[in-house]
Design a protein around this ligand. Sequence first.
Ligand code: CIZ
Length: 330
Amino acid sequence: MSTGTLERIAPPAYAQVDEEREVSLKQEIRSLASERQAIILAHNYQLPEVQDVADFVGDSLGLALEAQRDPRQTIVFCGVHFMAESAKILNPGKRVLLPSLAAGCSLSDSITADSLEDWKQRYPGRAVVTYVNSSAEVKAQSDICCTSANAVSVIRSLSQRKILFTPDRNLGRWVARQVPEKDIVIYDGCCPTHDVLRGSDVGAGKRERPDAVVIAHPECREDVLALADEICSTTGMHAAVARHPEAKTFLIATEWGLVHQLKKRFPDKTFIVADGCIGCRLHCPYMKMNDLEAVLRCVREDRFEIRVDPAVASRARIALERMMAVPRDR
Ligand code: CIZ
């Protein structure tokens, strides 16, 4: 694919819907959601038009907290499967719906309860810290969860020095550099969307825009992080932009959906997806499964309901609640 000019940021063609249809879908979704007293939550990586119909847009930690705070009993979770599962685990009495069951996560699939069990046996006695991008079964076998917004604080909060970190190797390595006093063994999983980005892509963007501030997600590889001015979670990226009031241009090294929120909040800044090919590689196909048609079917037909085995859920909830007691990194 041609790299084009870095000025243009456009979603891949198949993600676009006809404008008139988009307006009527949004109206129908909003009116059905209020009629049925459903809250719509959308992750920062969702399609822009899906973010626009949500009551709340955020990262997985923010969405989980919002799901708990809101009194509505039906949660339409526009994200991927593990996130909807976490919402269900934390809100067992509420109905959690995921618009598309195809919205999985390769990183979450890179570790199973069995492979974690094998790994724990290889490294006995270590505290298991699991990134929320994991199944309920894997969380249930973990001591504590973390997100990219609190991973460093979670590791620091532990009394144990020896830790197993699962499943993202890039996040794990970055955290290990922040907390050298801990002995951290890192699982070999990754998010393919972030892992595909290379330092040379970011370097090319920097050559074209030497004034740009580079903001990278810690799921990116080390050569990308080495070029970053700021390394943070998606929600942390808002604060990172605010820390550079003099900067006009930002190279964003994370899934392109996040740029929609940044553009809304900072309309006078220019945000460029750091892959140099207009979001074509920093594109998570699973996050984009929940298009407006799927969200409408979800609200109208109450599908697809997420259920978690109660025994698994009660153990996973302990790991999630321990995490939620730890503050965000910054
Ligand atoms: O925790 C999340 O929501 C993810 C997957 C990324 C981030 O940094 O927000």
